[in-house]
Design a protein around this ligand. Structure first.
Ligand code: FES
Length: 207
């Protein structure tokens, strides 16, 4: 099967494969590259990852369907994920989700007709100390109140940033974060994918 991926992504895939003694171990990073290429992990993308790793399509599909961060349907340019697990629930996550749904005009699990924003609820985002936590393309914002959540959606609509940075969104819309001693963020997410520079899913920005 000849590759349907861009030359750039084929090169990335080769680099990733070169790092693993067993090709099959590269399945997860290759799925991120596939999602970058296609916008989501399509059946064709999974077949291609199977070919590259020597796994069967069923094995690749079992990995892609186990991890919810691999979208198997098209999603918006920005996926807004609201944590509704216990710490966030106790700190008002349901109200934050309702505000986001209302402002975006779509319900949990849906995408706006213009393909810009998808809304979803997720399990613990690992930021319980800064609950309620919301992320945009897996870039985290902590301590978000419903009014600020509406502002976030308006900002995404109006500014349409090519790269989303958690630090920037935290300053604009967040509340009290879990901690403030982390290193400054130098890369943000360019798609509904976690920002990993080796996979081409991240980009820095002069600010
Ligand atoms: S419960 Fe929401 S981040 Fe952990």
């Amino acid at each position: 099967m000849s590759s349907t991926w861009s030359t750039e992504n084929q090169q990335r895939a080769e680099e990733v494969l070169g790092k693993y003694p067993e090709k099959r171990s590269a399945v997860m990073p290759l799925l991120y590259i596939a999602a970058l290429e296609h916008g989501y992990v399509s059946n064709d993308a999974m077949r291609e990852v199977a070919e590259l790793t020597g796994l069967t399509s069923a094995q690749v599909q079992s990995v892609a369907s186990f991890y919810t961060m691999y979208y198997r349907e098209p999603v918006g340019k920005y996926v807004v994920s609201v944590c509704t697990s216990i710490s966030c629930y106790l700190r008002g996550a349901d109200d934050v989700l309702a505000a986001i749904e209302e402002e975006a005009g779509v319900l949990d699990g849906e995408t706006t007709p213009d393909g810009l924003i998808s809304v979803e609820h997720v399990e613990c985002s690992g930021a319980c100390g800064g609950a309620p936590a919301v992320s945009v393309n897996w870039e985290l914002i902590e301590g978000l109140e419903p009014d600020k959540a509406r502002d976030l959606i308006k900002w995404l609509r109006e500014a349409k940033p090519e790269v989303v940075f958690g630090d920037e969104m935290q300053l604009l819309f967040g509340g009290r974060p879990s901690f403030d001693w982390g290193p400054k963020e130098i890369e943000g997410a360019i798609a509904p994918l976690p920002a990993f520079s080796p996979y081409g899913t991240a980009k820095g920005e002069k600010r």
